[in-house]
Design a protein. Sequence first.
Length: 200
Amino acid sequence: MAQARRRTRRSQFLPATAAGILLAGCTPIGVTDVSSSHYRLPAGTTVVVRQSITIPPGTAHVTLQDGQVVAIDRLRRYEPFCELEVNDVLDSEQQVRPGRFAATQIIRQQELGAKHPPALLAASTVTASESDTANATWTLASWDNPLRLNQVHFQLQSGAQPNVRELRCAGGWAFTSNIAYPTLAEMNRALGALVSIEIN
C-alpha cells in the first residue's frame, strides 16, 4: 500500500517538475546588452516616422528593407525586414506622415513557415503599464516545416494619426537552429532614414 502511494506521488511529481522546467524556459532573461537579439525593448519605447510613407491602394501595409519600401517579390526574406501597417484598406493610397508613435505593446512572436495563415508558436508581451513580460504559448498547428520567423510587433498609438496601427520587424526566415529575433540595430537598419525605434 505504501509502495503504491509512493508511486502515485512520484507520478504526480514528474509532470509537475517537467511543467516547471518548461515555464522556467519561457521566463525572460534580464539581458541589458542592447545589441543582443535577446534584449527586450522596454515599455516607453517610441517609433518615430521621419519621412512620409505611402501605403498603396488595396492594402494596409508596406514592407521596408534597407531603408526603402520594397515590393514582396523583391524582398530578401532571409534577412531582417519590417512592415508598417494601418487600420484600413482603402481604394486610394494613404500617407503615414512624420510623427512620434508610442509603442503601447511590444510583442515577440514566432511563426511557422509555408502555412496560410502562419501558425503562431509563442508570444511574449511588454505593455506600457508592465515592467515584467507575460508569456503565452499556443499549440502548434503543424511541425512539418522547419522554417521559422521571429518578429517583434510594436502596437502604435498617436492622437495625430490614430489610423497607424503597427510596426512589425522580423529577423528573416531561418531554420530552427539559426532563428533569432532582430536586434535593435538590425531593425533600425531595415527602417533606414524612413523610421527609427528609440528607447526613452
